[in-house]
Design a protein around this ligand. Sequence first.
Ligand code: AMP
Ligand code: MG
Length: 346
Amino acid sequence: MQTRVIIVNPKKPEIKKIEECVSILRRGGIVAFPTETVYGLGADGLNPNAIKKIFKAKKRPADNPLIFHISNKDDIRKFAKNIPSNAEKLIEKFWPGPLTLVLKKSSLIPKIATGGLNTIAIRMPSHKIALSLINSLGNPIVAPSANLFGKPSPTLATHVLDDLNGKIDAIVDGGNSVIGIESTILDLTTSTPTLLRPGKISYLELKKILKKVEYHPSLLGKKTKIIKVKSPGMKYKHYSPNAKIILIEGNIQNTQKKTQELIKKFKSEKKLVGIINNKSIKKTPFIKLKFIGTTKKIIASNLYKSFRDLDEQKVDVIIMREVDNSNLGFAIMNRLKKAASEIITV
Ligand code: AMP
Ligand code: MG
């Protein structure tokens, strides 16, 4: 299969190009496109055969359900049922935007998209390209991140090409996905709303709207045996580049010392090391440096790109220090912990 790359203006999507993409979706094809969080791999959400192609192209396990994207807040009533008043409040405040809600699904939603669950994960994105694709298709678009299963999510069209060239019908190149990490997922089918995946919209922001919000135990690092997996994505290793990631937690002094020790060890093993966000390390033929910013917003935006860039430089190991765990930092740390092969606390 030849994958077409269609360049679209993210601020003012050209109608003709959007229609071209939508005609592919209508025929049951799959098209990657930018959202404000990461690039998604889209299919017509009401076409089971098209949805099947997403699982195949990504090599994604069939029990890992997909997020539905809508372009109009009211459409939630078509695709979800028993919608609690909490949902209305959250939608009012955060949609369009990076908040996904888990609700009871309506009978319109094919089970293949929800991994057999009777719930639906749904959000309204704010990216203009995403909105115009959904609008023009007239159906919701299911879109998991447009990467091969287990790899870092793509934030540029070139990342999608690296993973899926020849496996999907088209890619809309609309520049970078600014937020850089996936949406916050909140389950509203439990008696207390439960945070399943942290994202840009933080626990505290949700707490301001809802009286009570719980963290899913897996987010707090508790070794609970998840009997009924609420968000099946949780049980898989995620977001990992080819290089092994070592995450170091602890104060600056101790983490610096540990980083130096590790560099020495890897040098003796003739391994190429990538270092993210550590200005005290000097570049050598064995060390590739990557500075991705000091604010959490910029770190989130550049995190996955830095993994992919270091993979391209063929590093064997990536070393990164923890970031402050509050608000967006909690989401960054969640991704880092899932991506890491080793977490060292010093
Ligand atoms: P991705 O779009 O690749 O980031 O993955 C979508 C995430 O949404 C996965 O972690 C899924 O487990 C989660 N998800 C999708 N549908 C549901 C659902 N009905 N209930 C709980 N989690 C869901
Ligand atoms: Mg994903």
